[in-house]
Ligand binder design. Sequence first.
Ligand SMILES: [Zn+2]
Length: 189
Amino acid sequence: MHRACPCADRQYLIPIGKSRDGKLTHWARPETVRAFEKMNQAARAEGIGLHVIWAFRDPELQRAQFEEAKLKHGPRNGIRWLAPPGFSEHQTGWVLDIGDRDNPQADDNPLFSGTRAFQWLLVNAGRFQFELSFHPENWQGVSYEPWHWRYVGTSEARNAFHPQGLHALMVWRKSFAEALRWWLYPAKS
Ligand SMILES: [Zn+2]
């Protein structure tokens, strides 16, 4: 089950890098960009290059990709692979899919957990206020994504990803209702 999360205001996002073919610019919140640049600098000092594969993702694009995932994995299994529109952490502007600069074939797939970049992130990302969103066997039941990291260095970001008290109750009630709706009516979107 994916958690409901806030959508970043597009106009405040700044570039955080380009796709490997240079055709696409990725965008994120300024605080995410600053923290990533510091982290990448520290990684480079140890001979490791981090590459941003995806950052902010528009909910509209998420809708199209979710429909694709449903076709590929079956209407009810799509949700395990991709969040339904409005529920992707990528819409927050605090989330990055990170790849190994020197290992493009590990982009966005389980091979990434075998890269030097991933091993480095496991040890060091916390220092830069990044954390892995979906661990193996995470209780949300989302597939393990070693490349998917979120920035939790501001109280706003922490509240979004680790809601507390009444806020948590509201967030999870909304998320549960949405998950149930997708389960019951997989064909509708
Ligand atoms: Zn991701």
